[in-house]
Ligand binder design. Structure first.
Ligand SMILES: Nc1ncnc2c1ncn2[C@@H]1O[C@H](COP(=O)(O)OP(=O)(O)OP(=O)(O)O)[C@@H](O)[C@H]1O
Length: 602
């Protein structure tokens, strides 16, 4: 039977719903079939076989070079060294984003190049080169075979290679995969629909699609691509992004004008929200992750040279002290908090006046004219301990947006009482709701009627999970905040502390004018701790440091005591302690504790 006729018969059988079966007869030539089968197999396992292919290429190259140009070995070795150096330095440009990946690739280039050079000079069959190739090759292949992202990519490629059959089985015959990207949690594929198919059609096929792709139930999502009615994005989540704590990947922004990345949604997409000229409320029961959420925001804001952050932490600075070196000012007592908020209103007024004079509508933050964000950890404490400050907070909440002087408030349960019966809660543009105990508490944090509308913060089941309500987030989607360990906080503050901006001249002159107008001498205990409002701050801080060290008990003063008493940053306290220790005026009693030497003359 001719091949043409066989194909025609097969087509006819398919049309009639019968799958053709290949029957081997004596006349069939096995050679071409074997080649096709082996070729298909090699192509299918090309990723796993890459080390074998590389070793074969090296072997062939060494044979050819040894015969034709045995003296080239030195040049080959030099080229391999240069190539390895280039891979190590610029590998991230070709997708080797992770440093160990670059190190592996560079080492491999050097080893293979070195082996080819040796093979060129001596001949690839000269011992110990064959043994080196087999044993070294096997060892070098292990990281490649074990690489999680490579395996995931191959698995996805194989799944999507079967798309024509999958599409046929679920009723989307004729659709095509245009591209696919593998990420940490699964993969996304862009699908071009066949003529007449719609995204809505595809959405109704989701359960069938999950079955055909072999995923777990609910793992696949379909999203339309706004520009094209016949395109969609298929998202498959293979690993639940919320199963474990997600380590903070580092700051996602360098300007407050960019949206801050707080964590990831259940589908693995990043949670981004803009904080520019917006007030934010963070709520949830104790242990739900509010401080963790504030840490993510702080980590991002501290990376922005166009925002100054002031902090109020009446829990004796427990939450914000680790960030002290990146905070322009930190209040840990009710009096300091009242002074801080009063100064913030002064700045707000000064900025508003300047905007009005220049006919400008809003304050555009720049490193020379930074936005001012006031972080308040546990607002209810402020209401209880510094009720006089609530008027100032209200004023900032109502008028602070245009002059970029905004509040970021955390509290467990933002009832009217806890919020001081003021305007603060109603003025919050961004609401971040961590787990609450009772249903109605959802409405307290996220807004009236939100629980009914499907925002169930009471059902969040792990610390760090939250719901986000903001102008650009109006549907309830569970998210999980990134987690910053103490070590990450410490590293981040060390990195960012030196790059913090200073208050702008408009704000500074508003503060100076206010001091001159009132003619009041601010008592030391009320004096604000910001580095831009105290000209004699360094001297006073040194005096305070010395006072604490001399008054310290036998077991010494802790680093937190010293930071709290001086308002100095952690690195500055360390520097001062180093100087004093070198001068022989203090000694380290134990790890993290210091005190003045009894015989110090000062
Ligand atoms: N994003 C997160 N991912 C995983 N675990 C988290 C996350 N955030 C917080 N946690 C865990 O929950 C614990 C409590 O978190 P956190 O201190 O932020 O809660 P909180 O709401 O601020 O509590 P409190 O009101 O008592 O200060 C942390 O010690 C941490 O182990």
């Amino acid at each position: 039977m001719s091949r043409h006729r066989m194909r025609r018969d097969a087509r006819r059988m398919r049309r009639s719903g019968v799958e053709p079966v290949m029957v081997m007869t004596d006349g069939v030539q096995f050679g071409p079939i074997a080649i096709v089968v082996i070729g298909t197999w090699l192509w299918r396992y090309r990723s796993e076989l890459a080390p074998v292919a590389l070793a074969s290429c090296a072997e062939i190259a060494a044979v050819v070079l040894h015969i034709a140009h045995p003296t080239w070995w030195a040049g080959i070795l030099a080229a391999a060294a240069v190539a390895a150096w280039l891979v190590a330095l610029f590998g991230h440009m070709v997708g080797l984003t992770w440093a160990p990946e670059r190190a592996y690739a560079a080492a491999l280039v050097l080893l293979v190049g070195g082996w080819v050079a040796a093979g060129t000079a001596l001949g690839p069959g000269t011992p110990p080169l064959p043994a080196l190739m087999i044993i070294g090759g096997a060892i070098c292949a292990v990281p490649w075979w074990a690489h999680r992202r490579r395996r995931a990519r191959v698995r996805v490629e194989r799944t999507l290679a079967a798309w024509p059959e999958i599409a046929h089985a679920v009723g989307l015959a004729g659709s095509r995969i245009q591209s696919a990207v593998v990420d940490l949690w699964g993969y996304r594929a862009r699908v071009a629909l066949a003529r007449g198919q719609t995204v809505e059609d595809a959405m109704t096929k989701l359960p069938a699609l999950e079955s055909a792709l072999g995923t777990r139930r609910g793992a696949a999502r379909i999203q339309p691509i706004p520009e094209k009615a016949n395109r969609l994005e298929l998202r498959v989540i293979e690993t639940d992004p919320h199963a474990d704590a997600i380590t903070w990947p580092g700051p996602s922004i360098t300007s407050i004008a960019e949206p801050v990345e707080l964590g990831v949604f259940e589908d693995g997409s990043p949670v981004r929200v803009s904080l520019l000229r917006r007030h934010a409320l963070v709520g949830g029961v104790a242990g739900a992750g509010k401080s963790g959420g504030m840490n993510v925001i702080m980590g991002n804001l501290s990376a922005c040279p166009d925002v100054i952050v002031w902090g109020i932490d009446l829990k004796r600075g427990m939450e914000l002290l680790p960030w002290a070196s990146c905070l322009d000012r930190l209040a840990t007592t009710p009096k300091e908090a009242a002074a801080l908020l009063r100064d913030a209103v002064t700045i707000l007024d000064g900025r508003a006046e300047m905007l009005a004079m220049r006919g400008l509508r809003v304050w555009e933050p720049t490193p020379d004219a930074p936005a001012l964000v006031i972080l308040v950890d546990e607002y209810a404490e402020l209401v209880d301990d510094a009720p006089a400050a609530i008027g100032a907070a209200d004023s900032i909440a109502r008028r602070g947006r245009a002059p970029a002087t905004t509040l970021l408030v955390a509290t467990q349960r933002p009832s009217q009482k806890a919020m001081g019966h003021g305007a603060v809660r109603s003025q919050m543009d961004v609401r971040i709701g961590f787990r609450v105990r009772e249903r109605r508490d959802t409405d307290l944090i996220l807004g009236q009627g939100m629980h009914k509308a499907g925002w169930h913060a009471d059902r969040l089941d792990a610390p760090g999970k939250f719901l986000l309500s903001a102008p650009e987030h109006d549907i309830p989607r569970r998210a999980r905040a990134y987690l910053l360990t103490d070590q990450i906080v410490q590293d981040t503050t060390t990195r960012h502390a030196e790059r913090r901006p200073a208050l702008d001249p408009v704000s500074l002159s508003a503060l100076n004018d206010a001091t001159t107008r009132t003619h009041t001498v601010v008592p030391a205990s009320v004096e604000p701790t910001g580095r831009h409002v105290r000209k004699d701050a360094p001297q006073k801080a040194d005096e305070a440091l010395w006072d604490v060290l001399t008054a310290a008990p036998d077991e010494g003063a802790t680093l937190s005591d010293l930071i709290a008493a001086t308002g100095m940053s952690r690195p500055t306290v360390y520097r001062r302690l180093g100087q004093l220790e070198a001068d022989g005026r203090i000694h380290q009693v134990s790890r993290g504790r210091w005190r003045a030497r009894g015989d110090d003359p000062a």
